[in-house]
Structures are given as C-alpha cells and as structure tokens.
Design a protein around this ligand. Structure first.
Ligand code: SF4
Ligand code: SF4
Length: 221
C-alpha cells in the first residue's frame, strides 16, 4: 500500500486561495488505512474549509482513487456538481490526485492534500514499513528476500559498508544492517555461495519514467 501524510493546512489554504467552491475526494483504500483520506479525514477537512469561508460542493471517497476509469465515471455521473466546483482537493496519494486531475478536465485545478511517501508492507494495522522501492530490476532472489536498495540506506549491492557494527546499521543503530540480515538468512538456507557473485551496477533503464504496463489478456475484456 502507499503511505501518505497530511500536508500542513497553510499549504492547502494557499492552494485554494482563489477558489470558493471546493470538491473533496478521499480514498477508501491506502489513505483510509493511513488515516489521511478516509471518511473521517474528508469530513474534518470539509468542516475546516467551511470555517475558512469555503463552500463544499460535494465529496466522494472512492474505493480506490488511483483507478482513473472509476473517477471519470463518477464525475460523468455527477457532472452538475463538477460544473459548480472551482477546485478539487484530493486526500489520496499522487496517483489519486493524477486520476482526479485527468477526470476533472484541463480547466479545473486539482490540489493534493497529502504527501505520498512510499510503498509499504503492513506489519499490523496502522504499522507500516518500507520493503521495496519499485526499482524494476528485482534482486530479492539473491538477497534472501531482503531488499538492499530499500533496507540499506546507502543502497549497497555487494555486502555491508565499513560502518556496520554488531549487525547494526551505522546510519541508524536502531536498525539491523540489511547485509548482516541478508547474510544470516542465506547462511540458514545454505546459500552463502550466492554472495560470491558480484552484483552488477543497477540497470536504471528499467525504471525510466513514466512506466506503463498493459496486461494483454485483461485489456481485451
Ligand atoms: S530489488 Fe528491491 S526495490 Fe527493486 S523490485 Fe526488488 S524489492 Fe523492490
Ligand atoms: S551498516 Fe549495513 S545497512 Fe547500514 S549503510 Fe552500511 S551496509 Fe547499509
């Protein structure tokens, strides 16, 4: 899931300073779990903006705001409200903001209420950690399922730096060194020979943006 945090309200009010009629869009998926864009946060934002003299034309909390077709359909069905809206404020990740901006058309400004931080694993409800940086060239097969790009602050690909101490990371001693953890796991699996191979430099051509994927079998449906 995508982790988001709230922007400060001064930034949001600055975005909206030339707009009176505001439509709010939340997200019932990741942003709801982060408590940044679910129903409670959207309603709280609506109340806050009303106190600032804004008129709320409406709000919606789609199941997944990054789903562009869903947002376009929703706006088509509620075109009257969209017409009456000066600006949209989106309490979702950047992909959600992009979906709303595309659905709202070129003339209506769309603003983010959140900052998007990272793709996260969910340790348990409300506890998230970063496990993958979406590099497009996965090396987890050689690293025991532990990502050196993400778990090592230096992104080292061929073993630990000189700062590792007692299995801890010199950048933050609260954390285990990624490479100490990789070594430990590969040793348990009897696969330490994997570490004798020198990992080549990262092929960043796999992560040239913007990236698109078409799943052929699904796109024909
Ligand atoms: S190597 Fe790390 S950042 Fe790249 S895809 Fe695998 S888990 Fe994600
Ligand atoms: S101590 Fe380990 S995790 Fe920390 S920066 Fe060095 S190699 Fe990376």
């Amino acid at each position: 899931m995508i982790i988001t945090k709230k922007k400060n309200i001064e930034t949001i009010l600055e975005y909206l300073k030339d707009s009176k009629n505001i439509y709010l869009v939340g997200c019932d998926s990741c942003a709801e779990q982060c408590e940044t864009g679910g129903e409670r946060e959207v309603k709280a934002m609506a109340e806050l903006l009303k106190r600032e003299g804004k008129h709320i034309t409406g709000f919606s909390i789609p199941d997944e705001t990054c789903y562009s077709m869903l947002i376009k359909k929703h706006f088509r069905e509620d075109n009257d409200t969209v017409e009456k809206t000066d600006a949209f404020l989106v309490l979702a990740c950047g992909a959600g903001v992009k979906a709303v901006a595309d659905a709202a058309g070129d003339e209506k400004p769309v603003f983010p209420a959140l900052d998007s931080l990272y793709l996260a694993n969910v340790a348990r409800y409300g506890h998230f950690f970063e496990g993958c940086s979406l590099c497009g060239d996965c090396v987890l097969g050689e690293t025991g399922g532990i990502c050196p790009h993400t778990q090592c602050p230096k992104g080292l690909l061929n073993g630990p730096c000189g700062g590792m101490a007692n299995g801890k990371c010199e950048v933050d001693m609260k954390n285990h060194c990624a490479w100490a953890t990789i070594y430990r796991r590969l040793k348990i699996q009897g696969r330490l020979d994997v570490l004798k191979k020198i990992a080549p430099p990262k092929d960043y051509s796999n992560s040239v943006k913007p990236r698109t994927v078409v799943v052929e079998s699904r796109s024909k449906k």
